[in-house]
Design a protein around this ligand. Structure first.
Ligand code: SAH
Length: 228
């Protein structure tokens, strides 16, 4: 998968993309992430990407011209499955959405800032809008990093043990069962006996029961196939 991210703060991605699973996915050649500095697409000598809103009021708006120039350049080079704008009022990201995007070939992601972007970008250049939650961030970079992480880890072959993604929360409309590791007892707090029994069948049954119980308690909407 190839992911092109358009941003005025490319450095913000350096931490999240250079560690752990995303780093490995790139090393294995399963994810190619390219960052594009939007300022490189301005014609203005101050490399300005924002301007005052026509409506007046506080806050700057990102201009359509540099965005269009960058989008045009990229779309001339290859076809994109989706051109995504990270937006608080977009489609809410969940595991189902992440699964769908993990099967795509080329994605472009635009990160907004300030008061947002000129509406004509959303009407004319963007094909999808994604929100990571009903709250407002200062910019689309953190949202894009969350989205990319949730998608890249699901690309087949990224996780060493493929079953580890399949057994994550939400994959089967269930949340994960509790997990434990050594020591068997800490301050007298013990690991459930069943997990030490060595009986695979009983352990699987226990895990499934725990998943069901937790889902009913914490995310009951999943059992009714609703969004939580
Ligand atoms: N005035 C806008 C918010 C702008 S926040 C409004 O009220 O809707 C600045 C940028 O941060 C946005 O352009 C968007 O790219 C990003 N952003 C903020 N919150 C987000 C969220 N919950 N999910 C995805 N992107 C978000």
């Amino acid at each position: 998968m190839r992911i092109d991210i358009i941003t005025i703060f490319p450095e913000m991605f350096q931490g999240p993309f250079s560690e752990s699973i995303i780093k490995r996915a790139q090393q294995k050649g399963l994810a190619h992430i390219h960052l594009h500095q939007l300022r490189d697409y301005t014609t203005d000598k101050h490399r300005k990407t924002d301007d005052y809103a026509f409506s007046g009021g506080a806050g700057m708006v990102m201009m359509i011209e540099p965005i269009a120039r960058c989008v045009d350049k990229l779309t001339a080079e290859r076809k994109y499955d989706e051109i995504i704008y990270m937006s608080p009022d977009g489609d809410l990201l969940d595991q189902k959405v992440a699964n769908q995007y993990s099967l795509k070939g080329n994605l472009m992601i635009l990160c907004g800032h300030y008061k947002g972007i000129d509406e004509r970008v959303r009407e004319r250049l963007i094909t999808k809008e994604i929100s990571i939650g009903s709250y407002v961030l200062s910019g689309g970079e953190l949202a894009a990093a969350v989205f990319v992480d949730s998608v890249v880890r699901l690309i087949p072959g990224v996780l060493g043990d493929e079953t580890s993604a399949l057994s994550d929360s939400f994959q089967n409309n269930l949340v994960s069962p509790p997990v434990y590791t050594r020591p068997r007892a800490f301050r007298g707090w013990k690991v459930p006996d069943i997990l030490l029994s060595g009986n695979e069948k009983l352990i699987e049954e226990w895990k499934y029961e725990q998943s069901l119980k937790r889902t009913a308690e914490r995310k009951p909407g999943l059992l009714r196939n609703e969004d939580d």
